[in-house]
Design a protein around this ligand. Structure first.
Ligand SMILES: [Zn+2]
Length: 127
């Protein structure tokens, strides 16, 4: 492994994705490596096998059958694949609130790019 190599990884301490630099390998566990968060300087043991698995799962294109049908009344998690009747298959990349205080998901659609959709909308809007 090259010296000074760093990766982007979620830091449990910072609770965000940060740049981590390699500290060193773990004896007898070739797939595990110690990394140090460049932000908070906390060390984290990262399992490269699990990481690779995660990456493969993330890169795998979702099939229609894997997707949850988008309905405004439902709520969704980041990383979930959804199917929108007009826009097709997409993946939830983040969650936010609209200026009106409604919950929204940002979905990256295969063909259209990112679109915002409301979630958790009450079936009957209050008058
Ligand atoms: Zn950190």
């Amino acid at each position: 492994m090259a010296k000074g190599k760093s990766i982007l990884q979620h830091c449990a301490h910072c609770e965000r994705t940060t740049k981590m630099e390699v500290i060193g390998p773990v004896e007898n566990q070739p797939e595990k490596t110690w990394y140090r968060c460049t932000r908070c300087r906390h060390a984290a043991l990262i399992d490269m096998a699990a990481l690779r698995q995660e990456l493969e799962t993330a890169q795998r294109k979702p099939e229609r059958a894997d997707c949850l049908e988008y309905k405004p009344g439902n709520s969704y998690q980041i990383g979930e694949a959804i199917f929108h009747v007009e826009w097709g298959i997409g993946k939830v990349v983040s969650k936010e609130r609209t200026s009106g205080g409604d919950k929204a998901i940002v979905v990256a659609f295969e063909k259209l790019g990112e679109r915002r959709l409301l979630e958790n909308v009450a079936a009957e809007a209050e008058p």
